[in-house]
Ligand binder design. Structure first.
Ligand code: T3D
Length: 261
């Protein structure tokens, strides 16, 4: 059985974590498969949006705790290496990929699974989904970019409490706190994510990529540096075929046909 299901739709790549018996917890092979698929998506110009979801009733329960070999005199594993080799490349790729990554959180998202979802550009969650920063419950620290993203999404007070207490946050609460974009009722989360992705795949992909660069940079920039970067990237956007098409379509009162370049 494939640990990651890869489905191509026009302009859209759908990636489904596929270890439903353990709520799609990550082992090394699944992490490697996701890394490779994200790399392919980033480098394939025909893919203009990515959807990430999970099979079964969970989205992802983080690290597969059964695959961490310890106890009975076995030396303690070096978890820094696990984070470096498994999770950091995935989070970096999602954040830096110059096309939108949409997460369809179909069920519980815990530990690295929660932070994987939060790293995506637009997060939709099923009404029954939940988010748990479960790391400290097993004596670990949050990883997969959670300590970077969560305080920025929900503020220090909520991020600190969520990470120290490890409480479950419902999809509705997550939306109301600004952690995610939207809650989808009635089992429609994947359908809605795919429809969103199909729409985005017909839009100016290059401008999306540049916008992602600006959003990422804004988290560390002061206003002057950000204004300068906007100037630079607007210069680039202004040279794209999609800009020309967008303006012509507006003036001719027709729908633009963006090619993503
Ligand atoms: O290497 C490193 O460790 C470093 C990297 C760390 C990154 C991390 O992600 S650390 C955090 C790891 N994840 C967790 O601590 C979450 C553990 N899981 C849970 O707390 C609960 O399963 C959930 C709250 C996510 C869901 O609860 P519930 O009641 O809906 O489901 P369940 O019955 O607990 O789980 C269903 C099955 O999935 C169950 O197997 P079984 O009994 O039916 O055979 C359970 O053992 C399995 N499962 C769930 N999470 C994991 C898992 N198996 C392995 N690893 C898991 N993380």
């Amino acid at each position: 059985m494939s640990l990651l299901l890869i489905d191509r739709h026009p302009g859209v790549l759908r990636l489904t974590l596929n270890r439903p018996e353990v709520l799609n917890a990550f082992n090394l092979d699944m992490a490697r498969a996701l890394q490779a698929a994200l790399d392919d998506a980033a480098n394939d110009a025909s893919i203009r949006a990515v959807v990430l979801t999970g099979s079964g009733r969970g989205f992802c329960a983080g690290q597969d705790l059964a695959s961490v070999h310890m106890g009975d005199g076995i030396p303690m594993p070096d978890l820094g290496n696990v984070v470096r080799d498994q999770y950091n490349p995935i989070i970096t790729r999602i954040r830096t990929m110059e096309k939108p990554v949409i997460c369809a959180v179909n069920g519980v998202a815990a530990g690295a699974g929660a932070n994987l979802a939060l790293a995506c550009d637009i997060v939709l969650a099923a009404s029954e989904a939940s988010f748990i920063q479960s790391f400290t419950k097993i004596g670990l620290v949050p990883d997969s970019g959670g300590t970077y993203l969560l305080p920025r999404l929900v503020g220090m007070a909520r991020a600190s409490a969520l990470m120290l207490l490890g409480d479950k946050v419902s999809a509705t609460q997550a939306r109301d706190w600004g952690m995610i974009w939207q809650v989808c009722e009635g089992g429609t989360v994947l359908e809605q994510a795919m429809a969103l992705a199909a729409g985005l795949a017909t839009q100016p992909t290059r401008a999306f990529g540049l916008t992602k660069q600006l959003i990422n940079a804004s988290l560390g920039h002061d206003l002057a540096a950000q204004l300068e970067m906007e100037e630079d990237l607007q210069r680039e956007a202004g040279k794209t075929a999609d800009f020309l098409e967008g303006v012509q379509a507006f003036l001719q009162k027709r729908k633009p046909a963006f090619e993503g370049r």
